[in-house]
Design a protein around this ligand. Structure first.
Ligand code: MG
Length: 453
């Protein structure tokens, strides 16, 4: 049912990402601009996150785009979902300079299609062939594209999120926001304030050195946010990754909420209002399926990567199905009514609306979810493909799904073993209702992999 992954050379699951000045150079970014402008002639919107290398690299992509005749609108620093919202229906494409949650020394680029979704595999392979051929036609002197700087366009996105909620719905709710010195510094505080919530912020100035915490919103990095949630008596804390397409939550007691659990809570909230399909990768907790089922909804699984989730949502709708939402188990949630991409600011806003409706503490709502225990591990090896084949043989008596890697279903639980798209790694995930059951299968699989390396 879900889209299938195709092999790409330069682009990973979420665009190009590499260490600046090493594998990611202005020369490469300009070539991507030349290729994108050749493929998507017309008006292209560009933006960047808060990384130190952003201004140099956005200049490179703009140079490439204009050199092949595209007119460029520079939206400045903003979240990836904000640029996607701006592009949707208004531009011939977009390019976002970002390395999402990667460490500060990284940067990268995501390509956005005219409908606001990330570029799919087939189109990306076409783009890559233009980059590698290095034979684009440059525009003549009087056909070179123009540039305009339109940093105020980010407000279109803020208004686009707000229109889904009744005015003042957040009145009486206190929230602490941690944009991590990333792209959401200008958006999530504005969104939640406009909803009527009382906000407090931490790491709320843009700084590509990321002095407060790394762009990945990990449990360890969010300790100061937890402390501030408790100190202010807030209803919850919300943190974003560097480009704010993801949101992770802290409950009112300062506890980190595993992202699959906040996803399940939001699924329960949205499926209460409408039955339909939830789309998510095979790596997501089966909490989603259990919660959806309780409310008469179903789940469709895809390969790991938000583009596969978004494309599958589109395909299902074209088949006449009602799609409620999509999302990944890492806090990257896609709200169908808003736009077909992950959106951290929208997730924060939905959490406000959810608490306004439920009128219960977040920790209590989380504790009422079905039991789930997940173990995750990554093992470095260049021998991943062979290992996967041997595991397939070892577990041949169980049902195996090969949407992405191998997903083994056993009684009361499942395990996923898949290859990383970007590094020489095998990723292992195991989920059961109890820690004991999860540990047993987890230890067995890890033992098998280590014996095969
Ligand atoms: Mg991101």
């Amino acid at each position: 049912m879900g889209a299938k992954k195709l092999e790409k050379k330069l682009f990973g699951t979420n665009g190009v990402r590499a260490v600046v000045g090493k594998d990611l150079t202005p020369q490469l970014v300009m070539k991507i601009g030349l290729a994108l402008g050749t493929m998507r002639k017309g008006r292209i919107a560009v933006g960047m996150d808060s990384r130190t290398s952003g201004p140099a690299l956005i200049a490179a992509v703009k140079a490439g785009l204009m050199a092949v005749g595209c007119d460029v609108v520079d939206c400045g620093m903003l979240p990836t979902p904000a640029l996607q919202y701006i592009v949707k229906g208004n531009f011939d494409g977009g390019a976002m300079i970002t390395a999402s949650h990667n460490p500060p020394e990284y940067n990268g680029i995501k390509i956005i299609e005219p409908d606001g979704t990330e570029m799919g595999d087939e189109e990306t392979i076409e783009l890559e062939s233009l980059i590698f051929l290095d034979s684009v036609s440059l525009a003549k002197w009087d056909e070179v594209g123009s540039e305009s700087i339109e940093k105020e366009r980010v407000h279109e996105y803020v208004a686009g999120v707000l229109k889904h909620f009744p005015q003042g719905i957040g009145t009486g709710i206190k929230v602490v926001i941690d944009p991590g010195c990333g792209a959401a510094v200008s958006t999530t505080p504005e969104i939640l304030s406009a909803m009527g919530t009382q906000i407090f912020t931490i790491n709320s100035h843009a700084d590509g050195h990321f002095p407060g915490r790394l762009p990945e919103p990990s449990e360890a990095g969010l300790k100061p946010l937890s402390t501030l949630v408790i100190a202010t008596g807030a209803s919850f804390g919300v943190a974003h990754d560097g480009d704010a397409d993801r949101a992770v939550f802290i409950d009112e007691k300062g506890a980190f909420i595993e992202e699959n659990k906040s996803f399940a809570l939001i699924v329960r909230y949205l499926c209460n209002a409408q039955k339909g399909v939830i789309v998510t990768p095979v790596s997501t907790s089966n909490l989603i399926e259990r919660v959806a089922k309780e409310l008469g909804s179903t789940v469709v699984y895809t390969p790991v990567g938000s583009i596969y989730v978004a494309r599958t949502m589109i395909n299902l709708e074209n088949e006449g199905q009602i799609v409620v939402m999509g999302g990944e188990g890492n806090g990257g949630l896609i709200y169908r009514e808003h736009q077909l991409c992950r959106d951290g600011g929208m997730s924060a806003a939905v959490m406000v609306a959810l608490l306004a409706k439920e009128k219960k503490p977040l920790s209590e709502l989380i504790s009422r979810l079905p039991p789930s225990f997940m173990l995750k591990e990554k093992i470095t090896t260049n021998n991943g493909t062979a290992i996967l084949e041997k595991l397939r043989d070892i577990y041949k008596n169980y049902p195996i799904d090969d949407t992405d890697g191998i997903r083994i279903t056993v009684r009361n639980g499942w395990a996923l073993i898949r290859l990383s798209g970007t590094e020489p790694l095998v990723r292992v995930m195991v989920e059961f209702e109890t820690k004991e059951e999860a540990s047993t299968l987890y230890n067995e699989i890890i033992g098998n992999i280590k014996a095969l390396i």
